[in-house]
Design a protein around this ligand. Sequence first.
Ligand SMILES: [Zn+2]
Length: 253
Amino acid sequence: MIYFFLIILGAVFGSFFNVCIYRIPRRESIVFPGSHCFQCNKKIKPADNIPILSYVLLKGKCRNCSIKIPIQYLLVELLTPVLFILLYISTGFSINLVFFKYIIFISAGLIIFFIDYNQQIIPDVISLPLIIIGIAVSFLPAIDITWKSALCGAVFSFVVFLVTAYVFKLFTGKESLGGGDIKLMTAIGSFIGIAGTIFTIFFSSVIALIILILIGHDRRKEFPFGPFLILGAFLYILAGRFLTEMYLSLFRI
Ligand SMILES: [Zn+2]
């Protein structure tokens, strides 16, 4: 029953995230007007606006103008319930304060992931409130990290990224980490604390480096780092305990 609820909740949230991903970077309202086709502007009927199902039934096309709706819409609607279920499992099968805390983080993270991937920007309207929320909730009782850890995570992230960006610019004259990345990492630090911060920075850098080498990235183009940071943070939140135990077991003789 709970899984059924999480699937429905995730799909509905995912559908809303798609609206945010499209509209926030364009500075449009995320509430008004209601859902409409981005090509022909025709309003989408409620029956054609059911998450996942409508995409499949309409074969990923607008009913009015038949323009192809990017597969990303379906992906987000499927990914959100999967992440919500994994979160539920990682919180020890309970809907508690920690669960709600990370529902906020995963929601914001998903939206940032796709906006940065599509347009190489990380909107302040999402990352700045996240920093405040992350630090504020760390003062609540029965939360997963202490406020000291949250504060250290945020400050450490901010300083490390700022210094890295500055040094890189000094030696190469090029932008590496943008202001968006610095604010995003500060938000991540405030949510997952100092241990999670170190894990995320290490993991995202390694994965980003591997991808850069594999695809032979064109140096003139911008390379979004945000998605890797989100990926690292998600992995830490959803499997952190498991990964830490696995790592420590390597030294257990
Ligand atoms: Zn249309």
